[in-house]
Design a protein around this ligand. Structure first.
Ligand SMILES: *[C@@H]1O[C@H](CO)[C@@H](O)[C@H](O)[C@H]1NC(C)=O
Ligand SMILES: *[C@@H]1O[C@H](CO)[C@@H](O)[C@H](O)[C@H]1NC(C)=O
Ligand SMILES: CC(=O)N[C@H]1CO[C@H](CO)[C@@H](O)[C@@H]1O
Length: 318
């Protein structure tokens, strides 16, 4: 019964999303350009602030240079590279992105801005995202109304940093951090979070047994982290959501799904807490992040939830 309610909510919001006016101001100069090795991730370099930066791009094997594709940026965790986020999440698989472009940026020193150990400053990494979007639009056929960002751990934290910046975050339709370490949006500095729009759709997935980025917050490896409930309630406030969220408990009470109605739109903020999940990417098939965390597969697929969440949102016209 709970499931049926949820499905009808999703169907309703999907209908609303497609009715919204698509954004038309994006640069489409990359349309019409063809590429080699479609369906296989390709490395690209981009100069940003005088520094050589890199990313991997995966276009569908059926890539049509004149079709504008929804595009998802996936930010890896610490001591990692874009390729590993691809391996952990399986986003390149056609069931998720057979009709989308996937982009996996590489962080400087294997991490992203925000932690006290980060090599790049927040300003440098935000500039990199901006320069990457320019490079993408000039070379690939991107639907500028449907650009999304997801990430793991410090990559999830950086997704939140992007969402909190009106200029760079304004380019995106929705955000989805997994096991996010929110150093730039904690109890002390959350007022610096100034998103471009109300509401700004955001989904977070976090393990209750995460001992690296604790659900209850506190000292993390790279600074002070907020508790996830605090972080969520402040997003609910920014997004002008109803005070009361909806909660459903799934899988014998192991997974808790929270959902907020914001500014009249249902499920604009969503959260999944998986009680026994550690610090990794939630997946029913074992992945390397779970092995590294000493964890087991779990009930939910973060890749499925994130993709489905994103597809409900289109960036409104500027
Ligand atoms: C957003 O990020 C850019 C690039 O780092 C920065 O110049 C700008 O001041 C930031 N803040 C806002 C509100 O755009
Ligand atoms: C980074 O922050 C954490 C948490 O506050 C702290 O334990 C650690 O010593 C800090 N590291 C550096 C290099 O400042
Ligand atoms: C190494 C490995 O098996 N990784 C898997 C992790 O889970 C994703 C999807 O949830 C798979 O696509 C990966 O192959």
């Amino acid at each position: 019964m709970v499931k049926a309610t949820r499905l009808s909510i999703l169907a309703l919001s999907a209908a609303c999303a497609s009715a919204a006016t698509p954004y038309t101001g994006g640069d489409t100069s990359g349309c019409g350009k063809s590429h080699l090795f479609n369906g296989i991730p390709q490395p690209r370099d981009v100069q940003s602030g005088g520094v050589d930066r890199s990313y991997l791009i995966h276009v569908p094997s059926s890539y049509d240079a004149n079709n504008q594709y929804p595009t998802i940026l996936g930010f890896h965790g610490s001591s990692s590279i874009g390729l590993f986020f691809e391996a952990d999440t399986g986003f390149d698989s056609s069931q998720f992105t057979g009709d989308k472009i996937m982009v996996y940026p590489d962080g400087l020193g294997g991490a992203w801005a925000g932690a006290n150990y980060s090599e790049a400053t927040v300003e440098q990494d935000l500039q990199f995202v901006w320069d990457l979007l320019v490079d993408l639009r000039q070379n690939y056929c991107i639907d500028s109304a449907r650009i999304y960002a997801t990430g793991l751990s410090i990559g999830g934290g950086f997704v939140d940093t992007i969402a909190c910046n009106a200029t760079v975050g304004g380019e995106f339709a929705a955000f989805a951090p997994g096991s996010g370490s929110f150093y730039t949006n904690n109890d002390a500095n959350y007022q610096d979070c100034q998103p471009a729009r109300v509401p700004m759709p955001i989904l977070e997935i976090h393990g209750g047994a995460d001992t690296d980025v604790k659900y209850d917050g506190g000292e993390g490896e790279g600074g002070i982290e907020p508790s996830i409930p605090n972080w969520l309630s402040r997003w609910a406030e920014r997004n002008q959501c109803d005070e009361q969220y909806q909660q459903e408990d799934l899988f014998d009470d192991d997974v808790h799904h929270l959902s907020w109605t914001c500014d009249g739109q249902e499920a604009v903020i969503e959260h999944y807490k998986t009680d026994d999940q550690k610090h990794d990417w939630a997946s029913p098939d074992i992945n390397f992040s779970q092995i590294a965390a000493g964890d087991l597969p779990t009930h939910i697929s973060a890749t499925t939830l994130v993709t489905d969440f994103f597809m409900r949102f289109t960036r409104p016209a500027a």
